[in-house]
Design a protein around this ligand. Sequence first.
Ligand code: UDX
Length: 439
Amino acid sequence: MKIAVAGTGYVGLVTGVCLAEHKHFVTCVDIDDKKVALMKAGISPIYEPGLEELLAKNIERLNFSTEYKEAYKDADVIFIGVGTPEKQDGSANLSYVYGVVEQIAGSIEKDCVVVVKSTVPIGTNDKIEEMIKSRLVHDVNVYVASNPEFLAQGTAVRDTLHASRIVIGVEEPYAGEVLKEVYKDFDAPIVVTNRKSAEMIKYASNDFLALKISFINEIANLCEIIGADIEDVAHGMGYDNRIGNRFLNAGIGYGGSCFPKDTKALHWLANFHDNELKTIKAAIDVNENQKLKLIKKSRKYFDSFKGLNVAVLGLTFKPGTDDLREAPTLVNIPIMLEDGANIKAWDPVGVDNFKKIYHDEITYCNTIEDTIKEADVCFIFTEWDEVKEFDLTKYNRLMRKPIILDGRNCYDLISVKKANLTYDSIGRETVNSLEYSLA
Ligand code: UDX
């Protein structure tokens, strides 16, 4: 089929490349000509494992362009995969989506299905249909379908090619049949619903996972107080397949491009209808507090960061991505800097993006060893493999004071005790081998 994809971010580009892998002819449209030039040369403008290889493999069936009219005019299917960032009040900013919708209406010259992949508030697909139909330049039939994505950064290619499910929200059977044809070679169950239900499946899924994380974080905080161990608790809970063992990792809170934005957007929408979602509000509040958990813990060891050498391991919101959106570091590092810390940071892929925000204020290191050398305290914000596999004895050897505040529970407590570290993690016993002040 001839497919156009609007937007080449995580959603649009991964969708386009995976559709090409399944033998469709795809034109990915973006307004940024530098990005387009990179992609034409087989280079992915985003860091996503496996994406560049798949892009290169399917380059024959892929086209990248800023010429939206050319791409949309005779496409069988047009996917919209542009961003819907959060507005100041928590609602979703739909200006990029509506911009693309206008372009589609002015361009299409044959019948086509417009597929909304961007995460949009419930009811937006109906508005999109109205907008397109009222602005059409040529006399053609247009069908609008909701087809939310469930890909996670770092595993986006696998999550798309082997999706847990493909949700198709349509109002006419014809659009459903076209999308089933698009996805016929994908290895995933297909769920067909009406459009509003499809839109809601996306929000409810993300918000449920965010709630699960905030729930386990609250239980972790209580575990610390009463002397239980969150790792054991989560392990024991996970055997119940009604609960499941995934997304029960306690930590320093969720970040990324979806959970923070989608919890706030659904909460905003529900409030708009005078129907507050109390569980979602709780998930948001718990997460905001959780992001400050390590700073609060650090007060047990020192009153101020003034003059302290602070090592930071991990800058991104999770491993496997260079994305910093809503990363806990963006809340923690300003507090430390403000308080006078000397920060050295390490991240295998996130440094370039972080430098755009903090250029000279932080020293960036290429190795974990250099980062922790002479440090008074080390904060772990992202559970990169390099951090998890790091030789623990080096903390003791290289740091001025081996105090580790671990927001991702990277190490088991027995190894930590053996390495004589002072170690504070989430929902577990504090190990204070060297007896630093626990005021
Ligand atoms: C998420 C959803 O997983 C995906 O289905 C959706 O389409 C987009 O949002 P993503 O944001 O890429 O994907 O990452 P994910 O792996 O879900 O992690 C989100 C955040 O939750 C990260 O900050 C991660 O560290 C945190 N998290 C995740 C936890 O704190 N504990 C967990 O058990 C799992």
